[in-house]
Write a protein that binds this ligand. Structure first.
Ligand code: HEC
Ligand code: HEC
Length: 282
């Protein structure tokens, strides 16, 4: 009897430490990979609040979605397609986790969620820009366009991103147009992404050159204003203007060549003379 009790205590302890270490591993992974876009019980960020997610989705579904949401969406899975549409076709990047790690993350989400009494809400997390002033937008624009250097170095946003703003000329095409980003993901989402970019290309750029809190704030304020003002901008598409101008100039050149050289000799020999002098051929 005593022996059995001891054994079951040991087993229970073993299970508990196993679960705790799982939760630890899960917490570490969650903080590193998921917090830029998800909360547990604190509302929507870039993606949905994940509190109680395991009541809603099966472990298999969660593993497939987290590893590659795109593959699941492409396979036509109706839940994956629905949540993707609900989040404005914003693609969650594939996460570099194996099934065991996904399990650890789920254990952690459950544990962290149970400590929070509030029901997970899908309301946007608070508006961080409440105290933003016009100067923040101006400073954000200067940082975005590279006119102000980033405190810790690193490429300016405009070397990769496009934006619809009359005050900013020419921009990169390596990455997304950010004009509507703020409307889609909100201030919390934008600033979470900027503080800890989850996209490989951006993460590499800013891993060693972290944006400062002020820079994140100003850029978020700037992206909000761009998103709000986007209908009042008059983007000049130099691309098509140049193409049309080019074609017109080309046609004019052709025409002038035809006109100027209309009376040019069209054959290599003067045939009138040739015909006169060689009646045999004629
Ligand atoms: C760049 C932002 C981003 C990162 C990083 C991210 N997600 Fe997501 N996640 C999203 C978005 C956006 C959605 C909404 C679905 C969609 O748009 O495809 C989503 C959806 C989900 C869903 C489906 C929720 C539901 O209601 O069905 C789960 C589960 C999930 N994410 C888990 C994770 C986990 C776990 C991590 C970290 C390992 C993670 N995500 C990292 C953006 C992100
Ligand atoms: C080296 C290129 C690069 C630089 C520099 C860069 N980004 Fe990005 N950014 C990316 C890539 C790649 C993505 C992923 C989405 C995509 O494929 O366009 C991204 C995504 C984003 C997103 C999420 C957009 C969305 O709708 O999912 C935001 C917001 C963003 N960047 C803001 C910025 C800001 C602000 C700066 C300047 C501080 C910046 N980026 C600098 C490459 C870059």
């Amino acid at each position: 009897m005593k022996y059995h009790l001891k054994k079951s205590i040991l087993v229970a302890l073993g299970v508990l430490t196993f679960m705790l270490s799982k939760a630890d591993e899960g917490q570490e992974l969650f903080t590193k990979l998921c917090t830029p876009c998800h909360t547990i019980g604190k509302g929507r960020l870039v993606g949905p609040d994940l509190k109680n997610i395991s009541n809603k989705r099966s472990p298999e579904w969660l593993t497939s979605f987290i590893q590659s949401s795109q593959s699941l969406i492409n396979s036509g899975d109706s839940d994956a397609v629905a949540i993707y549409k609900e989040y404005n076709n914003l693609l969650m990047p594939d996460q570099p986790v194996d099934a065991g790690q996904v399990n650890a993350i789920i254990v952690y989400i459950k544990e962290a969620g149970s400590g929070i009494s509030a029901e997970g809400s899908q309301e946007m997390a608070v508006d961080l820009l409440e105290n933003a002033k016009p100067q923040n937008i101006i400073d954000g624009r200067l940082i975005f366009s590279g006119k102000t250097r980033l405190t810790n170095g690193g490429l300016s946003c405009i070397s990769c991103h496009k934006i619809k703003d009359d005050n900013v000329f020419s921009s990169g095409t390596l990455a997304k147009d950010l004009t509507e980003t703020h409307e889609i993901m909100g201030s919390a989402g934008v600033s979470a992404i900027l503080s800890n970019p989850p996209f490989p290309a951006m993460a590499v750029t800013y891993a060693k050159n972290k944006l400062t809190l002020d820079e994140v704030f100003n850029l978020t304020a700037y992206l909000q204003s761009v998103s709000k003002e986007r209908y009042y901008q008059h983007p000049v598409s130099f691309g098509t203007t140049f193409v049309i101008l080019g074609i017109m100039i080309f046609i004019m050149l052709l025409l002038s060549i035809i006109v100027l050289y209309f009376r040019r000799k069209k054959k290599s020999v003067n045939h009138e003379i040739l015909n006169r002098q060689s009646p045999v051929i004629n």
